[in-house]
Design a binder for this molecule. Structure first.
Ligand code: AMP
Length: 421
C-alpha cells in the first residue's frame, strides 16, 4: 500500500469544515483591515530563500526541500511566504514611493523537520505582509489584527510575546554583547553553535539542542533591549503605546529572536497553552531591509505567519466549537421509483440553495432515517407509492416532530420561503 509521506497529512471531513472556517475567518478579518489576497507559486528558485532568510539559519541550512529540476536548476519548495511575496511585488513592479501595499496568503509550506505533534514537513500558514511604512503604528496594527483573527476563529487566551531587535546599530551592539557572552561557553556548545558563533551569533539563540538551550536561557544572557539605539527605542516605545491603546495584552521577552535573518525592530510570537511543546501559533516582525536586499527600493515592511495545523489543534481545546453546517433536508425513498423522483426533487431544492441528502440505492426507512438523524437535518421528505398517487410528498419537521402531506409548491414555499418563484 502506498501511504502519505512522513510529515505530511491528509485533511479529511469533518476536519475540512474546521479548516474552511479558519480560512474564511482569515479572509474576513484581513480584508476588514484592507489586505487583499495574493497567491504565489509553491516552488521558487532556491536563491530566493537563501538570500532572504539567511544562509546560516536552520531553515536554509537544514530544512529546505531543495532539488534540481530536469534542467538542473535548483528549485526549493517554499518554506515560508514573505520572500515569495516580496519577489512577486518586485517582479510586478508593485512598490512605489509613498504607496502602502497590504497582502495576505494561505497555503502549504515545506520544511524538512523531525515530525511531531504540531510539527510537519508540509504544513499550512496564513500570513500577511504590509509594505511601505516605517511607522510603529503599522507594527501594532498588524499584531492586533493577528489577535483579532485568532479571536474571530475562536481561539482566545493567546499570549503575545514581544521584543525588538532594533536597527542596524542596535543589532551590531547586541551581536557584540552576545559574542562576549558566548566566548567562554564555546567549548560546551554544539558544533552548529560553534559555527554560528563565528558566522551569525544571533542564531545560537534558536538552537534546539538541550545543552545549548540551557546555556542560552540563563538569566545573564544579554537582552536585545539593553543595546537599543535611541531611534530604535523610540520605535519600540511607539509599538507598545499603540498596543496598550488597543488593549492588546503582551509580554516582553528580551531574548526572543526568531529564526530568520531579515527581521529588524519589532518581532513577536503568539503562543497558546493547548499546543504543548510546539506552542507557537504564529509569529512575525518588521523587515525594513528585506526589499532592498532583494534588489528593490528601500521600503519598510511588517508581517506575520500563523500555522493552521496548530490553530486547528488550539480550536479543538477551545470553548466555542467552530460552526458545523448540517444538510437542510433528507429525501427518503419508500420504493425504488422514488429514488429517481428524489434526485429530481433534490435538484430543484439544491438550485434554490438548500443542502440535500439523497440516496442512490434503496434502504429500509429505518436506515435512511438513522442517516438523516445523524446528519442533523431540519427536514425530512418522504416519497413512495401513496404520495405519488396523490401528487403529494410527506414533509416532516424534525424540530417540531410534525408531519403533513403537501404539494410540491407548498414544499418549496415551506423550505425556501425567501425564494420568489
Ligand atoms: P515561522 O515561519 O517559523 O515564524 O512560523 C510561523 C508559524 O508557522 C509557527 O508559529 C507555527 O504555527 C507554524 N509552523 C512553522 N513550522 C511548522 C511546522 N514544521 N509544522 C507545523 N507548523 C509550523
Amino acid at each position: 500500500m502506498i501511504t502519505a509521506l512522513r510529515g505530511t497529512a491528509d485533511i479529511l471531513p469533518p476536519d475540512t469544515a474546521v479548516w474552511q472556517h479558519v480560512e474564511q475567518c482569515a479572509r474576513d478579518v484581513f480584508s476588514r483591515y484592507g489586505f487583499a489576497e495574493i497567491r504565489t507559486p509553491i516552488f521558487e528558485q532556491t536563491e530566493l530563500f537563501v538570500r532572504s532568510i539567511g544562509d546560516t539559519t536552520d531553515i536554509v541550512e537544514k530544512e529546505m526541500y531543495t532539488f534540481p529540476d530536469r534542467k538542473g536548476r535548483s528549485i526549493t519548495l517554499r518554506p515560508e511566504g514573505t520572500a515569495c511575496v516580496v519577489r512577486a511585488c518586485l517582479e510586478h513592479k508593485l512598490f512605489a514611493p509613498g504607496k502602502i501595499l497590504k497582502f495576505f496568503y494561505t497555503g502549504p509550506m515545506f520544511r524538512y523537520e523531525r515530525p511531531q505533534a504540531g510539527r510537519q514537513r508540509q504544513f499550512h500558514q496564513t500570513g500577511v505582509e504590509l509594505f511601505g511604512t516605517y511607522s510603529p503604528l503599522a507594527d501594532a496594527d498588524v499584531i492586533a489584527m493577528m489577535v483579532r483573527f485568532l479571536e474571530h476563529a475562536g481561539v482566545h487566551n493567546v499570549t503575545v510575546q514581544l521584543n525588538t531587535l532594533g536597527d542596524a546599530a542596535s543589532r551590531a551592539a547586541y551581536r557584540a554583547a552576545l559574542q562576549a557572552f558566548v566566548a567562554p561557553h564555546l567549548p560546551a556548545l554544539c558544533e552548529d553553535c560553534q559555527r554560528r558563533a563565528e558566522r551569525n551569533v544571533l542564531r545560537v539563540l534558536d538552537c534546539k539542542i538541550p545543552s545549548c538551550k540551557a546555556i542560552f536561557s540563563a538569566p545573564d544572557v544579554p537582552r536585545t533591549t539593553a543595546t537599543l539605539s535611541p531611534a530604535a527605542q523610540q520605535h519600540y516605545d511607539g509599538v507598545r503605546r499603540v498596543l496598550d491603546a488597543l488593549h492588546i495584552a503582551y509580554i516582553e521577552d528580551p531574548r526572543l529572536v526568531r529564526g530568520l535573518d531579515y527581521y529588524t525592530h519589532t518581532i513577536f510570537e503568539v503562543r497558546h497553552g493547548a499546543l504543548g511543546a510546539q506552542d507557537a501559533l504564529g509569529g512575525g516582525g518588521r523587515y525594513d531591509n528585506l526589499v532592498h536586499e532583494m534588489g528593490g527600493p528601500q521600503i519598510g515592511g511588517v508581517g506575520f505567519g500563523v500555522g493552521l495545523e496548530r490553530l486547528v489543534i488550539a480550536l479543538r481545546g477551545a470553548q466555542t466549537a467552530p460552526p458545523q453546517f448540517p444538510p437542510d433536508v433528507a429525501l427518503i425513498a419508500l420504493d425504488a421509483r422514488a429514488l429517481q423522483d428524489n434526485l429530481t426533487l433534490a435538484d430543484e431544492l439544491r438550485r434554490r440553495g438548500l443542502s440535500v441528502l439523497t440516496a442512490y440505492e434503496l434502504q429500509s426507512v429505518k436506515a435512511q432515517m438513522r442517516q438523516a438523524n445523524s446528519a442533523g437535518v431540519a427536514w425530512v421528505v418522504f416519497q413512495g407509492e401513496d404520495e405519488r398517487r396523490q401528487g403529494m410528498v410527506k414533509l416532516k419537521d424534525m424540530r417540531a416532530g410534525a408531519e403533513r402531506l403537501c404539494s410540491l409548491d407548498d414544499l418549496l414555499t415551506t423550505l425556501c420561503p425567501q425564494q420568489i418563484r
